[in-house]
Design a protein around this ligand. Structure first.
Ligand SMILES: O=P(O)(O)O[C@@H]1C[C@H](O)[C@@H](CO)O1
Length: 296
């Protein structure tokens, strides 16, 4: 159980610096790219060469992963020659952590030198054109917990990370999205590639039919329980963000349907698309320097 003072220090500059210092002392890798693996997508971490693996339970100030399909370890290594850090497992609001704790790794990565974040997740498809197994480039989000005042940036702003009122209209980097389209076309993946709006809810219950209908009518193409909080903190700290949703199931929109969302189906879809998703992410990482004028 966290005390009030634990809550106050969650995600603070001092806490994040202590974690970044500890990691720097334990690995030679100075990552420029951070990757977050969604449910069932942990195989992304296994692409890293010369991996150095830290269990979350061994890293100061890191929460533990509690969800099946989230291994709970941080992997440092290189991907296509680029120094990377990969979260093999993320944290979710429904696990009971303060939202600032969920997003602490983003600030730690920033302090370690990460410039580009690539997030992945599993999500329910609301868009009626989407099929299970489609991969959606996130172009924008709807932050439902944010409407209720649940924000990782709530509380005093620390200017060392970013400004009090960060802009979110450019949260998902336009050039990286274009790069993903180009890479998918080259790999022959365009048939299952989509681009759309991701809506985050608190979970852990899946949505009711009425909720799915409402979210769809609001303009959401996919619904999930993660990513957005990480993106908000990463953007606040000035990192570029790119995010992919694997449409692991179709959200139930019809009262006659017998379909029921379940975590096993989510993990199974991850297994089916894992290789292609890994290929797509690694090719994007390989191209980061030449196609996006960044400073590798
Ligand atoms: O971490 P992600 O967003 O991929 O996890 C999704 C949302 C829930 O945690 C879980 C539901 O199956 O998968």
């Amino acid at each position: 159980m966290l005390s009030m003072s634990d809550f106050a220090s969650c995600g603070s500059y001092e806490e994040c610096s202590a974690t970044a210092d500890w990691l720097r002392a334990h690995t030679q890798v100075r990552p420029r790219v951070g990757i977050v693996c969604g449910s069932g997508l942990g195989g992304l971490a296994e692409m890293l060469k010369d991996p150095q693996v830290f269990k979350y339970s061994d890293i100061p100030n890191f929460p533990r992963s509690t969800v099946h399909g989230h291994a709970g370890q941080l992997v440092f290594g290189t991907l296509k020659g680029k120094p990377c850090v990969c979260m093999q497992g993320r944290f979710h609001l429904y696990e009971g952590y303060p939202i600032q704790k969920i997003t602490l790794p983003m600030r730690v990565f920033k302090l370690m030198g990460v410039e580009t974040m690539i997030m992945t997740n599993a999500a329910g498809g609301l868009n009626q054109d989407y099929k299970v197994g489609d991969v959606m480039i996130i172009k924008d989000h709807i932050n439902m917990p944010g409407f209720a005042g649940i924000s990782p940036l709530a509380g005093p702003n620390d200017d060392r990370f970013g400004v009090r009122f960060p802009c979110m209209s450019d949260a998902y980097d336009r050039e990286l999205r274009q790069l993903a389209h180009d890479v998918a076309a080259e790999l022959g993946y365009s048939d299952f590639l989509q681009e759309g709006v991701y809506c985050v809810l608190g979970g852990p219950s899946f949505e009711t039919i009425a909720e799915c209908r409402m979210l769809h009518s609001l303009g959401a193409d996919a619904v999930g329980m993660s990513t957005v909080h990480e993106v908000i903190v990463a953007r606040h700290a000035g990192m570029r963000c790119f995010a992919l949703s694997l449409i692991s199931n179709r959200a139930v929109m019809d009262y006659d349907s017998q379909e029921k969302a379940n975590h096993e189906e989510v993990l199974e879809t991850g297994r089916l698309r894992a290789q292609q998703l890994e290929k797509m992410v690694s090719t994007i990482v390989a191209r980061l320097d030449s196609d996006n004028n960044n400073s590798f």
